[in-house]
Design a protein around this ligand. Structure first.
Ligand code: ADP
Ligand code: MG
Length: 258
């Protein structure tokens, strides 16, 4: 059984069909690349999976359950976490504080206990802090934990976004252009991090423009253009496919970008 399945998913915005009858499967353990020119519909696909947007048609199945119409706030507890393209949501927080905000969705102790400053709430905060620091070590940012997140180099901010998604210990992680704006060294490190995340048993769905990264880390790739799947295959098959070359050349996409 695939961990995630899209069945004929469609999304229209007024007269624009952003995603058109899209079907693909993600197998447990995959690092599946979702690529395509700007405006192809990749981020919209993420928004449909995580329920930030409603599907106009079709179904999204996660671990055998139809999640097409579940509430957005349930998605994380089902085991799906994501990063946001170019996200800057934690500008005024320290790195550790940003990580702790992500712990919120996992909290069992209510606000009233915080107000009472109970031992239980303190104990829980202690556990969250330890968990957050363990993840910061994992992503290589422990030494930055007291830095203002918004002042970090862009590459590190992108990693904090990944760390915040990992707090929920997801089974499926959606990464939306995590490498954008990184230099070659940071790109290599982030590719290695994606492999390490996958090594923890987390299935990854990766949207990324950097073809070196996509070809280097993904075991399968789905190529979209104008909201539709045009090809699916291994990196080797994708590289050689005429439709892929056409789609990218036709849109000015630079397949050599790094
Ligand atoms: N919330 C929205 N409202 C209207 N149009 C949107 C919205 N989100 C995306 N679009 C449009 O849908 C198309 C696909 O966008 P997007 O999914 O962001 O593409 P990609 O991530 O592949 O670059 C684009 O034409 C975009 O302008
Ligand atoms: Mg996008």
């Amino acid at each position: 059984m695939p961990i995630l399945e899209l069945q004929g998913v469609t999304k229209t915005f007024g007269g624009l069909t952003a995603v058109n009858e899209l079907s693909f499967e993600v197998q447990k353990g995959d690092i599946l690349g979702l690529i395509g020119p700007n405006g192809a519909g990749k981020t919209t696909v993420f928004n449909l999976i995580t329920r930030h947007l409603n599907c106009t048609g079709g179904k999204v199945i996660f671990q055998g359950h139809d999640i097409t119409n579940v509430r957005m706030d349930k998605i994380i507890s089902f085991g799906i976490a994501r990063t946001f393209q170019g996200s800057r949501i934690f500008r005024n927080l320290t790195v550790l504080e940003a990580m702790l905000t992500a712990c919120y969705s996992k909290r069992k102790t209510g606000l009233i206990l915080d107000l009472l400053n109970s031992a239980r709430a303190k104990n829980e905060m202690q556990q969250h802090t330890e968990h957050a620091i363990e993840i910061l070590k994992f992503i290589g940012l422990e030494e930055r934990k007291n830095d203002q997140a918004g002042n970090l180099p862009y590459a590190h901010q992108s990693l904090v976004g990944i760390g915040m998604a990992l707090v929920a210990e997801p089974q499926l992680l959606l990464l939306d252009e995590p490498i954008a704006g990184m230099n070659p060294q940071e790109t290599l490190e982030t590719m290695e991090l994606i492999r390490k995340i996958n090594g923890r048993g987390i299935t990854v769905l990766l949207v990324e423009h950097n073809m070196t990264a996509v070809m280097g880390v993904c075991n399968r790739i789905v190529v979209m253009n104008y909201g539709e799947k045009i090809v699916e295959g291994t990196p080797g098959e994708i590289m050689e496919h005429p439709a892929v070359i056409d789609a990218y050349l036709g849109s000015g996409f630079d397949a050599r970008a790094s």
